[in-house]
Design a protein around this ligand. Structure first.
Ligand code: FES
Length: 103
C-alpha cells in the first residue's frame, strides 16, 4: 500500500483519451488518461463550479463544459477562458491495474 494514497479506479477501466470522476474525502476528483499516463485534478472549474469531467478532453487540454475555460490536465494551469485561477492537481501512482491518488 502506498503511504497517503487511496485507490480510485482500475487503470484498465480508463482507456487513453478518457476521464472519469471519483470522490475522495467528499471532494470530486477528475482522473484522466492521456496517452497512457494518468492525471488527477479537482473536478470543479474555478469560474462557476462546473464539473470539468463532463467537458471535453482534447490531448492534454480539458475544456470546461459551461463557459469553455481550458486547463492543462498535467498541471491544472489555466490555458484560456474566463477564469483567473488554476485547478489544483493531485499526485497519481499506478501499480498493476490500480490507479492511486494522493490525498
Ligand atoms: S464554469 Fe468553467 S468556465 Fe465557467
Amino acid at each position: 500500500m502506498l503511504e497517503g494514497f487511496v485507490p480510485v479506479t482500475a487503470a484498465s477501466e480508463l482507456p487513453p483519451g478518457s476521464m472519469k470522476w471519483v470522490v475522495i474525502d467528499r471532494e470530486r476528483v477528475l482522473i484522466a488518461n492521456v496517452a497512457g499516463s494518468y492525471y488527477a485534478l479537482r473536478d470543479v472549474c474555478g469560474h462557476a463550479g462546473a464539473p470539468l469531467s463532463t467537458g471535453e478532453l482534447v490531448g492534454y487540454a480539458i475544456e470546461c463544459p459551461l463557459h469553455y475555460a481550458c486547463f492543462d490536465v498535467r498541471t491544472g494551469k489555466l490555458l484560456s477562458g474566463p477564469v483567473s485561477g488554476d485547478v489544483p492537481t493531485y499526485e497519481v501512482r499506478v501499480e498493476e491495474d490500480t490507479v492511486y491518488v494522493k490525498r
